[in-house]
Design a protein around this ligand. Structure first.
Ligand SMILES: *[C@@H]1O[C@H](CO)[C@@H](O)[C@H](O)[C@H]1NC(C)=O
Ligand SMILES: *[C@@H]1O[C@H](CO)[C@@H](O)[C@H](O)[C@H]1NC(C)=O
Length: 441
């Protein structure tokens, strides 16, 4: 039942390179179905509370001196930092020492950034420098990008979208690693870098990463230990979306991870090694996902205790099993809101997180499993190749297109609601209607 993955060498870049097919994928789908229902309360760490501040407390005169999030964007003291060290490089090929101390020192000099540094997230995504070959590819990428911007705006995260190769030889799926490394240096104020493939969409605009759960880990990926260690499968995890801590461990880990990339003289050898180690890997080229599985297998002692394999919620999920349930999920949320007035109260977009938390108790019984009718956090269009259009032959181009349309509009409806609009037909992006007051009472 295993088919040869179709890989287009000419155009693939970043996510436009993976075709997940075959038995192992089916297995992954099964695992996806078996999401654990454990501990649903942890997803929103702070508790919902009533505001206690008065207007006069809020409007203090010095508010004007600070940036939008209480950080000072106009201050860089002359005291030297790592930026002044000519030997320090953004390049993934140049190791860095004592990064944690260097970051800490920078934060000390920039106290307004130090305050929220522990939970700060920078989302990274990107796509190829050239136009897409698929005639609607650039339009789709724009919509995927818009979706990420929406999610970040709602949660106050920074976002960087990249259209350049940060290392001339690290293209395709390897392109993200030099970017992540540079982003760590460019953003010492951020604790986490969150790489999200261009073909992935946030389909739960309220859900927040349970950062508290990752306090002892540095790299978080969607994956399953048994498929890694027992089955040695190259699809035992998905490297298309990961959260990585801005710290020395990550810099060291990425040095090793990237050493299997196309800039290495051993690139071909690594491809062979991966193929012989990972039973279901059929193509001979070394890729970042196989490299990650390989490191977990071969250097488990060294790295594994800081790598969190998340499988309890939809850190990223396969679109083919998700899109069919989106209508039912919408109905479930409507039903909940019909019964609870405060959940359907009109509100400013800026306070969306508050309403996300309010809804949580009503979703608790839903758990996080496939059948839960909870909105899947991230829907990943693995194999659809929106930019090149070279979708996996396992399904039709139309099912990919409809799936993307549906998921993006499903997500966008959550955003449009704060603007008083809705798309009743999620397969028709042009049809928006005003949302009546107190919907869906
Ligand atoms: C993983 O390996 C076990 C034992 O070899 C096997 O029984 C199982 O079917 C494999 N699972 C997948 C998903 O390939
Ligand atoms: C999509 O919606 C627009 C605006 O409501 C409408 O004019 C158009 O006919 C719809 N397209 C389809 C395919 O239903």
């Amino acid at each position: 039942m295993t088919k040869t993955p179709l890989r287009n060498k000419a155009s693939s870049f970043l996510t436009d390179s993976f075709h997940l097919v075959g038995g192992a994928t089916v297995a992954l789908l099964l695992v996806w179905v078996l999401w654990s229902f454990l501990n649903p309360t942890n997803y929103f760490s702070s508790s919902v509370s009533e505001p206690k501040t008065t207007v006069s407390e809020v409007f203090t005169p010095h508010d004007c001196a600070e940036g939008a999030q209480g950080v000072n964007l106009r201050y860089d003291p002359p005291a030297p930092t790592f930026y002044d060290d000519p030997s320090l490089s953004y390049s993934i090929e140049k190791p860095i020492k004592n990064w944690d101390e260097k970051r800490k020192e920078w934060l000390k000099h920039h106290p307004s950034f130090a305050a929220g540094a522990r939970d700060r997230i920078l989302l990274l995504s990107g796509s190829q420098p050239a136009p897409c070959r698929n005639p609607i590819g650039d339009h789709l990428l724009l919509r995927f990008f818009k979706n990420k911007v929406d999610y970040c705006r709602i949660h106050g995260y920074d976002i960087f979208y990249n259209n350049a190769f940060f290392h001339p030889k690290m293209t395709k799926f390897w392109a993200k690693l030099p970017l992540v490394r540079s982003a760590m240096i460019a953003h010492p104020e951020t604790e986490w870098i969150w790489w999200v493939d261009s073909d992935a969409a946030f389909t739960d605009m309220d859900f927040k990463l349970p950062l508290e759960r990752y306090r002892d880990h540095n790299l978080i990926v969607h994956g399953w230990p048994n498929l890694i260690y027992e089955n040695q499968s190259w699809v035992s995890l998905n490297a298309g979306i990961f959260l990585i801590r801005n710290c020395q461990w990550s810099i060291d880990f990425m040095d090793v991870w990237a050493s299997m990339g196309p800039q290495s003289p051993d690139y071909d050898t690594w491809g062979k090694t991966q193929k012989s180690t990972l039973k279901d890997k059929l193509f001979p080229e070394s890729d970042d996902q196989s490299a990650l599985v390989y490191l977990l297998l071969k250097e488990k002692e060294k790295w594994a205790d800081k790598i969190y394999l998340e499988s309890e919620y939809c850190f990223e999920g396969y679109w083919l099993i998700i899109v069919g349930s989106l209508d039912k999920i919408t109905n479930k949320y409507v039903e909940i809101e019909r019964g609870v007035r405060r959940l359907r109260r009109r509100h400013a977009e800026k306070v969306s997180e508050y309403y996300g938390e309010l809804r949580e108790p009503y979703l608790k019984e839903a758990g996080h499993g496939k059948e839960s009718l909870r909105r899947p956090f991230i829907t990943h269009f693995t194999g659809c190749q929106p930019c090149s259009g070279d979708h996996n032959q396992m399904y039709s181009g139309e099912s990919c297109r409809d799936g993307m349309e549906k998921a993006l509009n499903f997500a966008d409806n959550q955003v449009l609601r704060s603007f008083g609009l809705v798309r009743h037909d999620v397969l028709n992006s042009s049809s928006v209607s005003p949302l009546r007051f107190d919907f869906p009472a």
